[in-house]
Design a protein around this ligand. Structure first.
Ligand SMILES: [Fe+2]
Ligand SMILES: [Fe+2]
Length: 284
């Protein structure tokens, strides 16, 4: 697979998360929301151009084959979190959160609201799939709003015009409403654009309850969980479980930028939590 010469338009993959948080800023009017492109700086725009152009059905299938067999590595959750923390850039150490701090902050916000332990744990692991960056994957294959490949693109996806450059848009079979899928086949049968959601879902699914699996797998599927798109592919189970995806989303969006978590103080709680659900090492 040939990638573009410049696969790193974002200074850091978290720049995408920050753009999404801006898009859904609390109290934003409908009109302001529709003007999301005003908040997208040139690097974010270029990132979406690449993401929408390169995430073909073939690409998704090849990345699932490569990573979802989990035959790459065996590491504990903590080892993976430490590894993810090495994803550094020229961010300001005084103000910017580390990757582990973002995870802890998300989890702590969930804990403060009195949610069950598995929900807190989902917050703690939800972005570990970003280690795909450290495996050498381009930013457009790690982050970004996800969408199903192999069927028509919803206009609820940001920057829909960039799909014109996706080779799949020239394949008529992939461009009908259902494309290669059956009506209400269930999202498990759909191949969403590849990224950190699918990878963390696959790595942790056997240890977490189904609600948490949905939170992890679909947390970047904004067209569906925020805008109601792709219901024609969803089955009743998806409809029920998306309640939880929607419950999770604000903790991911609005946890950034609040005060730094007191890591040393809260660590014992998270050590217990992780070992309650996970064995010492899991397959990645
Ligand atoms: Fe994420
Ligand atoms: Fe996140």
């Amino acid at each position: 697979m040939q990638y573009n010469a410049d696969n790193t338009p974002l200074q850091h993959v978290d720049e995408w998360d920050e753009f999404v948080a801006t898009r859904y800023r609390q109290g934003k009017s409908e009109e302001e929301f529709r003007d999301y492109k005003a908040d997208a700086n040139p690097t974010v725009t270029e990132f979406y151009r690449q993401n929408h152009a390169h995430q073909t059905l073939d690409f998704v299938l090849s990345k699932k084959a490569e990573y979802c067999s989990l035959s790459r590595d065996k590491k504990s959750i903590w080892e993976m979190a430490e590894y993810l923390n090495t994803l550094v850039d020229d961010s300001d150490p005084d103000t910017d959160l580390t990757q582990i701090e973002h995870l802890l902050q998300t989890a702590e916000a969930i804990r403060k609201d009195g949610h069950p332990r598995w929900f807190i744990l989902a917050g703690f692991v939800h972005d570990l799939g970003k280690v795909l960056c450290l495996y050498g994957e381009p930013q457009w294959a790690v982050v970004g709003d996800t969408f199903p490949a192999g069927c028509g693109y919803s206009d609820q996806i940001v920057f829909p015009e960039f799909f014109a450059a996706n080779p799949d848009s020239k394949i008529p079979e992939y461009q009908t409403e259902y494309g290669i899928y059956e009506p209400n086949c269930g999202l498990d049968k759909a191949h969403l654009s590849f990224g950190h959601d699918e990878y963390i879902y696959q790595a942790t699914r056997r240890y977490l309850p189904e609600e948490a699996q949905y939170m992890l797998r679909y947390h970047s599927f904004y067209a569906a969980h925020r805008h109601g798109a792709y219901r024609h592919l969803m089955n009743e189970q998806d409809e029920r479980m998306f309640e939880w995806v929607r419950k999770f989303n604000p903790y991911d969006l609005y946890s950034k930028g609040r005060e730094r978590p007191k890591t040393q103080e809260i660590l014992p709680f998270y050590q217990d939590l992780v070992s309650d659900f996970f064995p010492d090492r899991i397959a990645w």
